[in-house]
Design a protein around this ligand. Sequence first.
Ligand SMILES: NC(=O)C1=CN([C@@H]2O[C@H](COP(=O)(O)OP(=O)(O)OC[C@H]3O[C@@H](n4cnc5c(N)ncnc54)[C@H](O)[C@@H]3O)[C@@H](O)[C@H]2O)C=CC1
Ligand SMILES: O=C(O)[C@@H]1CCC=N1
Length: 293
Amino acid sequence: MRLPMTASPNPQSPTPNPGSTAFIGGGNMARSLIGGLVARGVDGDSIRVAEPADAARQALEADFGVATFADGAQAVDGAGIWVLAVKPQVLRQVCEALAPLARAQRPVLVSIAAGITSAQIARWLGGGEGADAPAIVRCMPNTPAMLGAGVTGLFATPAVDAAGREQAQALLSSAGETVWIEDEAKMDAVTATSGSGPAYVFLLAEAMEDAAIRQGLPDDAARKLVLQTILGAARMLTESGEAPAELRRRVTSPGGTTHAAVETFETGGLRELVDRAIGNAAERGRQLSAAND
Ligand SMILES: NC(=O)C1=CN([C@@H]2O[C@H](COP(=O)(O)OP(=O)(O)OC[C@H]3O[C@@H](n4cnc5c(N)ncnc54)[C@H](O)[C@@H]3O)[C@@H](O)[C@H]2O)C=CC1
Ligand SMILES: O=C(O)[C@@H]1CCC=N1
């Protein structure tokens, strides 16, 4: 097991290695993204992670062979791309602490924090206009990234050049599909749809499993039936080329069992509820921005 490295940061470093990636924060999402990079064949030695929790650092080293550091300044030293993977509540403090190094190294900054805008990050890093503006790519991945089955929405500020966009896209592509979003204001909708979205499917799985057990199925049978149903339906959605409504229509015999269930969902207001839930998630993103400014 490696020990946290102690090399001094070099604030003068003018030519960072674009192939080296630093993660600030080594929690759940960082692990998912790092796992995707390593699975794609990226050398763990080129990944540097700042993470204050000893246990998380040790696990990252053991699982992925990455270099870890207790201190952000050490992790970013020489890295051409920095992934800001801390909670929105601590991002300001992280950016302010790394601002001098960001101005010296001029990395591509990839933020995955929900809600926090590129303008806030730029300001916390000390700003700069035109060619001096920090190159920020605001992203919203999701947890299926750990299987390479994620999807990420990306928005790049004008300061990000074509090479920077390619670097960010290559990083997030190792976690699954990518979608460029040209209007940053829509990133809260991305967060509410796909960033948080896996939890909606997990909630549906919980509810279906509970209902199946209430219908008398043994626990293990209920779980297997529900999980394989969701997997099979997801594959049909992604592989058949058919719209969700058409796939639903084909399962729903008039007057049959599915019809009874779907009518219950429709009259119970499922669509309105989903609309409200996603609207509330997007609004929470905007609140996170305001609350952590
Ligand atoms: N969990 C999810 O499904 C998704 C999360 N996100 C975003 O990813 C970011 C991270 O979320 P998670 O990984 O879920 O959180 P997490 O809590 O698992 O990871 C955050 C990590 O940052 C570390 N940390 C705290 N202060 C630090 C500092 N000063 N320097 C370096 N590391 C520090 C913590 O010890 C922790 O390990 C958040 O901003 C969240 O909005 C984005 C997409 C999906
Ligand atoms: O719940 C959250 O705030 C984060 C962002 C998207 C998924 N998890």
